[in-house]
Design a protein around this ligand. Structure first.
Ligand code: NAP
Length: 287
């Protein structure tokens, strides 16, 4: 059987490494491919997935939103976010899911030791990953959510989209604040937060901001969990600063593995071998 990652570009993804390890570990004869797909080839690759030899696919940048219109059914969470990262072929029909929400929450609870309910949460950034994170937070009934973005209009549009898609109380539970080092409102929100989530690429390896932090280190303090969605490097400058200031730190690797594990379970109906997937993901990152 075949399964793979649809994206453009896909060359740097570590999904093939840990997904192939998972199929091999449970003894399934499945090959996980990298399907480098320019936008004009999206329709073709989706129609190929309808053939009996295919389990489905993962979907990544830039196709998570564009792929929705080619599928037969979209589950409620993916519909809320307007983005699909997992396709499952079932009796010739293509079903779309978004397992980023589940991956984010599972890592927060299991590896971060924090549940969303009643917590004060700050999310930095308002791009694609923030969409799943903000939906997950609002579905989890937080005490409040501050969304700090360098373009506040992007954050407002994200919240408006979630409201339109049917997420209740979006506006009551959340506020949009400017993200910059001089923003007193974002600073105050971060200082009183239980959880600070970075969804910006600031601090990512090989990014223009490598070595930098999305917020000043002295905004962070004891008792907080700082959750950076970046997984390369394993310890970003933000996470190093969090530890130095007595906060706890969680990187993006558990979320990446859990979203993949959830996809694996939907394709196969089998429990994902999490330990093997995590080990292989770390190895693929060179750690
Ligand atoms: P994206 O759609 O490009 O969104 C990035 C967001 O960060 C945008 O709001 C962007 O604002 C903002 N931003 C970019 N550079 C900034 C800067 N220098 N200062 C302040 N804000 C800045 O990217 P994405 O797909 O959401 O991915 C973001 C990060 O999350 C990446 O590092 C990615 O690897 C990681 N990620 C991890 C997982 C996981 O499973 N662990 C899953 C998804 C993503 P503008 O629009 O103004 O540029």
């Amino acid at each position: 059987m075949q399964v793979g990652l649809i994206g453009y570009p896909v060359g740097h993804s570590i999904s093939p490494a840990f997904q192939q390890a998972a199929f091999d570990a449970v003894g399934l004869d499945v090959h996980y491919h990298l399907w480098e797909t320019p936008p004009e080839q999206l329709a073709d690759i989706v129609s190929r997935l309808r053939q009996p030899d295919y389990l489905g696919a993962n979907v990544t940048i830039p196709h998570k939103q564009a792929i929705v219109r080619f599928l037969d059914e979209i589950d409620s969470v993916a519909r809320l976010i307007g983005a699909v990262n997992t396709i499952v072929r079932e009796e010739g029909r293509l079903l779309g899911y978004n397992t980023d929400v589940e991956g984010f929450v599972r890592a927060l609870e299991h590896d971060g030791g924090v549940t969303i309910a009643g917590r004060r949460i700050v999310v930095l950034g308002a791009g694609g990953a923030a969409r799943a994170v903000v939906a997950a937070v609002l579905l989890g009934d937080p005490a409040d959510l501050a969304l700090c973005a360098r373009r506040p209009e992007q954050a407002k549009a994200l919240l408006a989209d979630l409201t339109r898609a049917g997420l209740a109380n979006t506006e009551d539970q959340s506020q949009v604040l400017p993200l910059d080092a001089t923003s007193q409102s974002c600073k105050q929100a971060v200082q009183v937060a239980d959880v600070v989530v970075n969804t910006t690429p600031v601090g990512m390896l090989h990014h223009a901001t490598e070595g930098m932090l999305p917020i000043p280190a002295d905004w962070l303090g004891v008792g907080q969990l700082v959750y950076d969605l970046i997984y390369n490097p394993a310890e970003t400058p933000l996470l190093r600063a969090a530890k130095d200031r007595g906060a706890r730190a969680l990187n993006g690797l558990p979320m990446l593995v859990y979203q993949g594990a959830s996809a694996f379970e939907r394709w196969t109906g089998r429990a994902a071998p999490l330990k093997i997937m995590t080990k292989r993901a770390r190895e693929a990152l060179g750690g």
